[in-house]
Design a protein around this ligand. Structure first.
Ligand SMILES: [Zn+2]
Length: 355
């Protein structure tokens, strides 16, 4: 199961009730942060404390984070990273952390490129911390972006969870991040096993994939499994305008379950959005359709948006299962691909219907 906690849904500057971008993704192998705008650590802490108070096991603990993925170097997407690392150090973190970001070129990087930023951030941290660095190992990984094909990072830090960077179209080098869990074996048919009168240890063997002999006949474990379940996949666009070459099922190796896509503007700004390097709700919905996404969650709303219903109605003309995310939304993709959204109301999270 993948559980996405959406913790920032405003565009480049915070608005009432919305903060700059940042997401926490819970996977079976650990937490992933996707973008980390200013103030992210505080939002994450408050969100997790609110979850803890409800007694749920759906938590967003900073201590579980194994990887931080950055989409691009604009400050609203990455300026919360350094203080967050500093806090992790003060909290006594010792577990390794991997940070992955795109770069335009590894040669002569511009100061605003992650190649330059990583260098200056490492210097800054070393100077800030009296013992000369963080108390936990950080692997800083730059992925050169050249072209429009999806990129496999040189490291995959999470067992059973696959990360893919997909180049997008923005003012600086930028990528979307796709996170996938592998295909899984089909559900075990316990009713069938029970109907044959099998003993518990025989059922266990079959469920573990071993053949057994029952009433003189050999039982094949494959006959007790439903079809293999497809991988769970989600894609977070970062900032982009329309026309991303690899935003389609063929390039991505199949459909995505959940697409989180920026929708900075309503269709009124169709002409200007491309020049600004951003998308409209219609662009986001078109991307969701060609990706075969079951659900589209829209984020990165301009301060110009006064009524989210306009974005939703424009997107739903093209992709009916579309909604505008709010800060604090939790979106779960279960192993069978079902998607459930819950929204915070006061101190509880309530199911949200998006049809
Ligand atoms: Zn940007």
């Amino acid at each position: 199961m993948l559980v996405l906690h959406v913790l920032g849904t405003s565009g480049s500057r915070p608005t009432r009730g919305r903060s700059v971008p940042g997401n926490y993704l819970s996977t079976p192998s650990g937490g992933i942060v996707i973008d980390c705008g200013e103030g992210f650590q505080e939002r994450l802490l408050k969100h997790d404390l609110a979850l803890k108070a409800t007694g749920t096991n759906k938590r967003a603990r900073a201590s579980k984070i194994r990887v931080i993925l950055l989409t691009h170097s604009h400050l609203d997407h990455c300026w919360g990273l350094l203080p967050f690392l500093y806090t992790m150090d003060l909290d006594g973190r010792t577990a390794p952390l991997t940070i992955i970001a795109p770069t335009a070129s590894e040669r002569a990087p511009a100061r605003s490129d992650f190649a330059g930023l990583f260098e200056s951030w490492r210097d800054l941290l070393a100077g800030e911390l009296s013992r000369g660095g963080l108390g936990f190992p950080v692997e800083w990984v730059l992925i050169p972006v050249d072209g429009e094909e999806p990129i496999e990072p040189p490291v995959q830090p999470l067992e059973g969870v696959h990360l893919t960077a997909v180049p997008t179209r923005h003012g600086v080098v930028s990528v979307a991040w796709m996170v996938s869990t592998p295909q899984r074996s089909g559900r075990f048919d316990r009713d069938r096993a029970a109907s044959l009168g099998l003993a518990d240890h025989q059922v266990s063997l079959l469920a573990a994939g071993e053949s057994i002999i029952h009433d003189g006949a050999e039982l094949d474990p494959a006959d007790f499994r439903a079809e293999r379940r497809p991988p769970c996949r989600l894609l977070v666009s970062g900032d982009t305008t329309r026309g991303v070459a690899s935003f389609n099922q063929e390039s991505l190796g199949g459909p995505v379950d959940l697409l989180i896509h920026e929708a900075t503007y309503t269709n009124e700004y169709h002409d200007k959005s491309e020049a600004y390097g951003h998308s409209t709700a219609v662009d986001a919905a078109a991307a969701a359709s060609v990706m075969g996404a079951k659900v589209l969650g829209m984020v990165h709303l301009s301060t110009r948006i006064s009524d989210c219903a306009i974005l939703e109605s424009e997107a739903r003309e093209i992709h009916p299962s579309s909604f505008v995310c709010e800060d604090g939304d939790i979106i779960e993709i279960s192993l069978d691909g079902a998607i459930d959204v819950s929204r915070r109301r006061e101190n509880v999270w309530m199911p949200l219907s998006i049809e």
